[in-house]
Design a protein around this ligand. Structure first.
Ligand SMILES: [Cu+2]
Length: 232
């Protein structure tokens, strides 16, 4: 009975999860594109391992099952097998290396604190202040906006994140992964080449009673519209 209940619960969860927002898998910036590639790449590697292990397991369960023929024989005890042990030591090392190369490359490239990012003079720098329960964006010329972020398309946008109270997390799923926003330390996050459009942004760290309302809109517009908006 207990088992059936667990299965029903899993089924309900599976159905509910189909309603999830999967904008992470529909990237709208170069940053999000690279992150989605890492997700797909590691998922593909994982599936290859999973399928091979599953096939081998099925084969062994079938091959060494109890039959009329071997019913009363006890299999021989085997101790150590150099070839097998080397295989299952070297294979995971190889897999992890294959996974590490693109992961390190993408992570380094996306880090907003690399020399390239800090000296890139055409990057747009925006101060982001998180506060229970809203966001304030401050632009280079002193202009401020609340719960609405406006950025130009195809540029590098560097966000300087600060909080005035508790820990929040800055997240625009379509444009890139989340970053913590801390009260005591400024963190920097970079989004490269966003595509035109309007995207949802949110706080991704439970920060109090109205956490779910801590949302904002990210509008990616043309350079011209951006300049006009800045001076409005
Ligand atoms: Cu928050």
């Amino acid at each position: 009975m207990k088992n059936i209940l667990i299965r029903i619960r899993l089924l309900v969860f599976a159905c509910l999860l189909t309603g999830c927002d999967i904008s992470v898998l529909d990237p709208q910036s170069k940053t999000a594109d690279n992150q989605a590639f890492l997700i797909s790449f590691s998922f593909a590697l994982m599936m290859i391992v999973l399928i091979i292990v599953f096939l081998l397991m099925t084969r062994f369960v079938w091959k060494y099952r109890e039959t009329e023929h071997n019913k009363n024989t006890i299999p021989k005890d085997i101790k150590g097998n150099k070839k097998l042990e080397l295989t299952w030591t070297i294979l995971p090392i190889l897999l992890l290396t294959v996974l590490a190369v693109p992961t390190i490359a993408v992570t380094y490239n996306q880090s907003a604190t690399t020399p390239k990012a800090t000296t890139q003079d055409d990057a747009i720098h925006i101060d982001v202040t998180a506060q229970q329960f809203f966001w304030t964006f401050t632009y280079g010329n002193g202009k401020e906006s609340t719960n609405e972020l406006v950025i130009p398309e195809n540029k590098s946008i560097v966000f300087h994140l600060k909080s005035t109270d508790v820990i929040h997390s800055f997240w625009i799923p379509s444009l890139g992964g989340k970053t913590d926003v801390l009260p005591e330390k400024e963190l920097v996050y970079k989004i490269d080449n966003p595509k035109k459009g309007t995207y949802d942004g949110k706080c991704a760290e439970f920060c109090g009673v109205n956490h779910t309302k801590m949302r904002f809109t990210a509008r990616v517009v043309s350079e011209e519209t951006y300049q006009k908006w800045l001076t409005k």
